[in-house]
Write a protein that binds this ligand. Structure first.
Ligand SMILES: NC(=O)C1=CN([C@@H]2O[C@H](COP(=O)(O)OP(=O)(O)OC[C@H]3O[C@@H](n4cnc5c(N)ncnc54)[C@H](OP(=O)(O)O)[C@@H]3O)[C@@H](O)[C@H]2O)C=CC1
Ligand SMILES: CC(=O)N[C@@H](CCC(=O)OP(=O)(O)O)C(=O)O
Length: 309
């Protein structure tokens, strides 16, 4: 049987990228709603219920509506929106976060694709906290930069209309209440909410997230070599994972921290920089906000779910 895939929101930024990634696939059949009916709930219900896997690339409320339109046990869902990431009954679609997560996704009926910002911080913090190298109550700040496609069609149009007048670097999330905080805290395993300081840059896609850590006050300060080894161990034990840990060593600068390094791929690289004498660390993840941050992760989750059919 060829699995039927329906992308609800296939003309948006994430939906289009998923379509492109699936264009050459012959092992699945992508079923497409006529464009003029894309916001018609009755037509969407028909496609959602005909699909083996529905991938929702919609604003949060429309994603909740899509789930409510599914009336059968067969249709499985990958939701790219923020709507269900900490909702009971949903599996978080970050396959590399635990050894067992890939299997959990394989058999899940409802998978919440992670937000782009939390993925880098979770990729560092979850294994380091679980290994006992960092405490769950460590105060965390997340810095970083995302390409403007992270803001979807509206932000893309806005940046492209401004042309040279678009800001090169623009911090946002100034209410300190970013929508990704709940999933970040929950899946990193943190006792308290981190402080997130996101920024958007004048480039279309690509992303870098950075965790600066002050460790001097800890009873037991982990060395850089131990943190790096714990991360390398964790990711080498994940079968079919896409997260890689860069070699560890003292350097002053590297072009590998260019946020566009992994554009149009599903890759993520984790970089560990530590000054042991100062008990300070800087953990930096580089990935594509539209790749591992959105459509790449959705296709990775779809492939796992197809194995579970
Ligand atoms: N861009 C990114 O980097 C990431 C985005 N996401 C999430 O993925 C989801 C989609 O985002 P993105 O692709 O960027 O957004 P876009 O704004 O680019 O696309 C959203 C799509 O949904 C359509 N749509 C809106 N309302 C409805 C509705 N009621 N019924 C059916 N279709 C509807 C829109 O149509 P129309 O344009 O005609 O209104 C558009 O095609 C969002 O939840 C977003 O937060 C997740 C990770 C990263
Ligand atoms: C640059 C920009 O605006 N980025 C978006 C996040 C994109 C994303 O990951 O959104 P989802 O939570 O829907 O997955 C933001 O910070 O709100």
């Amino acid at each position: 049987m060829t699995a039927k895939i329906f992308i609800d929101g296939e003309h948006g930024t994430t939906g289009l990228q998923i379509r492109t990634r699936l264009a050459e696939r012959r092992d699945i059949e992508v079923i497409s709603i006529p464009p003029e009916k894309r916001k018609d709930p009755a037509a969407r219900a028909e496609f959602l219920n005909a699909a083996d896997i529905a991938i929702l690339c919609l604003p949060d409320d429309a994603a909740r509506e899509s789930v409510s339109l599914i009336e059968n046990d067969n249709t499985r869902v990958i939701d790219a929106s923020t709507a269900h990431r900490v909702t009971e009954g949903w599996t978080y679609g970050f396959a590399e976060m635990d050894k067992a997560q890939g299997d959990a996704i394989r058999t899940a009926k409802r998978v919440a694709n992670p937000g782009c910002w939390p993925q880098g911080p979770i990729a560092f913090l979850r294994p380091l906290i679980r290994a006992g190298l960092l405490p769950a109550n460590l105060p965390i700040t997340v810095n970083g930069i995302s390409g403007y496609s992270g803001g979807g069609r509206t932000m893309i149009e806005d940046y492209e209309a401004k042309g040279d007048a678009a800001p090169e670097f623009m911090p946002y999330g100034l209410s300190l209440n970013h929508k990704h905080l709940p999933e970040l805290q929950a899946y990193a395993g943190l006792a308290g909410a981190p402080l997130m300081q996101p920024a958007v840059g004048d480039f279309a896609q690509g992303m870098l997230t950075a965790l600066p850590l002050q460790l001097g006050h800890l009873d037991s300060v982990p060395t850089g070599a131990r943190m790096h080894a714990a991360l390398a161990d964790h990711y080498s034990a994940i079968k079919d994972g896409v997260v890689k840990v860069a070699p560890y060593g003292a350097i002053e600068r590297t072009e590998e921290l260019n946020p566009e390094t992994h554009n149009n791929t599903n890759d993520m690289t984790l970089h560990v920089f530590v000054n042991d004498a100062r008990a300070q660390a800087l953990l930096v993840a580089v990935y594509d906000n539209l790749g591992k941050g959105a459509s790449g992760a959705a296709v990775q989750n779809m492939d796992l779910m197809l194995q579970g059919l």
